[in-house]
Ligand binder design. Structure first.
Ligand code: PBG
Length: 327
């Protein structure tokens, strides 16, 4: 048969398939989200995230060592405090859980790049991401608290600050506070398009941060919306965000793509706890092949336009890349 165009020609050998590959992943763009908790000698497995743990500060080093060996050089820290109160004071205490974890990590693993999630929900008694006024979060009052948390994290050694609260104007407030305190070189990675998502379920078990009443829909985005994500991203860049994030990743590839086309800053995609839990559960049942599905989901985020991938599978992904199974 006379066929001039035969796309299959470029698929005839592994070498050729790899030569013409459009998406390549590098270990340096992986970020591992890590939970630190109070107490000593603790590695508590998270029930809905098998293989993921809450580490006490003295046990954190084991994981940081494994990550380093696999080639993951960035970590995003989440703190789980012992005490919670109305204003989430544990989030900005100089001896708060994240602040102490940062100091310890910086001392023992100075080369690991430490990003801090900046939010109040793990620290407030009501589980919302800001200061309450009645049943809702008071946006403008919350901003000064967020700024204070950012400064305290930077003082403890955070290399980058990642606000995940979704308050209006928070990037500008945080940038101003960091600059005024001599941290003008600490970048902000804004959770810009963060959707109110049921994919966060296992995280809320892990961090004990489910809201005591109501939900987060007055601050996180409605998942029916796409233009609104572009508005949020544009505002964050205007306010000084150095990197913008789309979250979750798996069901939001269209958003990652459009954000990539809109802005000229790096785009991060966060593959959240529910994505991890689904893959773990299905592979534990023998219904899917974990390694292949994890790789496929990661490549999808990069193919959609992500430059940075935040994933509970970061260590495994790095290992696959190291072994030449992915890249
Ligand atoms: C804090 C925060 C959440 C996640 C990251 N930062 C939870 C939430 O917004 O309810 C979710 C991460 C995940 O599910 O892996 N606001």
């Amino acid at each position: 048969m006379e066929l001039i165009n035969r796309p299959r020609r470029l698929r005839t050998s592994p070498v050729l398939r790899k030569m013409v590959r459009e998406t390549r992943i590098d270990r340096s763009s992986l970020v591992y989200p890590m939970f630190v908790t109070e107490g000593t000698n603790k590695t508590e497995e998270i029930a809905s995230m098998p293989g993921q743990y809450r580490y006490s500060i003295d046990r954190m080093g084991e994981k940081l060592m494994q990550l380093t060996q696999a080639g993951v050089s960035s970590v995003m820290l989440f703190g789980i405090p012992e005490h919670k109160d109305e204003t989430g004071s544990g989030a900005y205490a100089s001896d708060g859980i994240v602040q102490r974890a940062l100091q310890a990590a910086k001392k023992d693993f100075p080369k690991i790049y430490m990003i801090t999630d900046l939010c109040m929900c793990e620290y407030t008694s009501h589980g919302h991401c800001g200061i309450l006024c009645g049943q809702d979060v008071d946006n403008d009052r919350t901003l000064s608290y967020l700024a204070q948390i950012a400064v305290s994290q930077a003082q403890a050694g955070a290399d980058m600050i990642a606000p995940s609260d979704m308050m209006d104007g928070r990037v500008a407030a945080i940038r101003r506070a960091l600059d005024q305190n001599g941290f003008d070189e600490v970048p902000i990675m804004a959770y810009s398009a963060k959707y109110a998502s049921s994919f966060y379920g296992p995280f809320r078990d892990a961090a004990d941060s489910a809201p005591a009443f109501g939900d987060r829909r007055s601050y996180q985005m409605d998942y029916h919306n796409r233009r609104e994500a572009l508005k949020e991203v544009a505002l964050d860049v205007e306010e000084g965000a150095d990197i913008v994030m789309v979250k979750p990743a798996m069901a939001y590839a269209d958003i990652i793509r459009q954000v990539r086309q809109l802005v000229h800053v790096p785009v991060a995609a966060y593959s959240v706890s529910g994505e991890y839990a689904m893959i773990k559960a299905a592979s534990a049942a023998g219904w899917i092949q974990e390694e292949q599905v994890v790789a496929e989901a990661a490549v999808c985020a990069y193919r959609a336009g992500a430059d940075i991938y935040i994933s509970y599978y970061a260590q495994e992904l790095a290992q696959y890349i190291k072994e030449g199974k992915l890249g």
